[in-house]
Unconditional design. Sequence first.
Length: 576
Amino acid sequence: MIRICKIDDTSSRVRIPSPKGLQIHAHILKSGLQAIPLLSHHLINFYSKTQLPHYAQKVFDESPHRSSTTWSSVISSFAQNELPLYALDFFRRMLLHGVRPDDHIFPSATKSCAILARFDIGQSLHCFAVKTAYDNDVFVGSSIVDMYAKCGEIAYARKVFDGMPERNVVSWSGMIYGYTQLGEDEEALRLFKQVLVEDDVGVNDFTLSSVLRVCSGSTLFELGKQIHGLCFKTSFDSSCFVGSSLISLYCKCGAVEGAYQVFEEVRVRNLGLWNAMLIGCAQHAHTNKTFELFKQMGSVGMKPNFITFLSVLYACSHAGLVERGKYYFELMKDYGIEPGWQHYATLVDLLGRAGKLQEAVQVVREMPMEPTESVWGALLTGCRIHGNTELASYVADRVFELGPVSPGVHVLLSNAYAAAGRWEEAARARKTLRDQGMKKETGLSWVEEGNRMHTFAAGDRSHAKTAEIYNKLEELGEEMEKAGYVADTSFVLKEVDGDEKNQTIRYHSERLAIAFGLVTFPKERPIRVMKNLRVCGDCHTAIKFISKCTGRVIILRDNNRFHRFEDGKCTCGDYW
């Protein structure tokens, strides 16, 4: 027997039914035709498709004769309207009434398990499908693959997928999505290529959205543009899901103009699409555009959610707009949204970056939940920027009380001490990092050339174009010094002599990547560099001089935001 939890009515929606649909329903009742199972089936489908699953349930409850089709309709109604607990509860009731599930009912039940991430119930359904010989049905098998993939059980999904006698777009999409969620991007792309070349099943918006997510996560810009072309050819570019993924692709690859174009071309926009554009604007320092979009959302009746406000707060934080950030933080409550730790972390980051450290501390103390590592990390960042090592020490004590934390937090503490010249404390923080068996993340920068990704570490000399790269940096160094550049060696956080500090900072990974772009790409092409850590202050200054001396547009994404350098200026306004 499949055990189901009690249902919860909190996700029900209040909607007004279609007047014409109600009139037809009334006519059926007056004519005494409600006893016909087929009409009940169509009425349930009508209410389901108009997102009124509880009206569908009422029709079901009033049906004197319930066929397997009637049961299938009501279970599907709940599954399609994101009421998975209801769907599984009615599936259980159906079994108790002696009705056997079929190729329409199994997919609705497995879909509900996927929504709930209930791998255990999904396994029971899979066993049931095997016992009733429905596992070889393409629709049932595909739904099982999709369920396992969305529950993160990719090995189970692959076993079912490989054993299917026939596959459809759902099974292929489920596998691609599953690998994408687990970060196995190469396998996701391999399957995508395979479905295009080998299987005549086509792709859908879900498939394309998953693959675009791989491209944006790995910043595979050229491949992403090719897939955008495929979206256009298949008319899926107008889908909200695909549109959101395309916006994320262009934003994460530093081509925000492309994201704006996609946004304008999608006529029917859901909240996910709006949020994707808001996040992109905030990361690219298009602060006024962020506020404009937020206002525009209200004018079209789109209600903001948790992520919407996080995006707007992020924009305020990286523009130093303290009062405006406070306003949006308080505005959340007007929409019935309680701030989460992510919003508090962003507010603390806003205050800390602006130098209002004591106010940030007060926010942390008054939080309705325990401060997380991210909250303390935001406060540590403020301490580092403004050199407040005393407060950093206090924060460190609180961080250590949390137990094991990420290496990045330990490095923040060490850097705060080192920037103030307190080398012993910095060394002690690093020792704690080593004693706990953790390592600082290696700083890497990468740049895409065709279908290849070129990755660089600081001082890297393994690249085939190493000689050209270092010659270009030497050449640039002379030009930059003539233009007024002076290296700020305070960003080399270790005790070495002046010459060694200059050499260390000159060959940071982002500079090597930019030099590669300069010797490889045509002059009209922007140089897009991605970096996994925050760009240091001296490199930020140096890249401004490089853009001025070379006349090139350089777009750098670090782990916080995008920097667009052009003619010696950066879009962040030196506030990041």
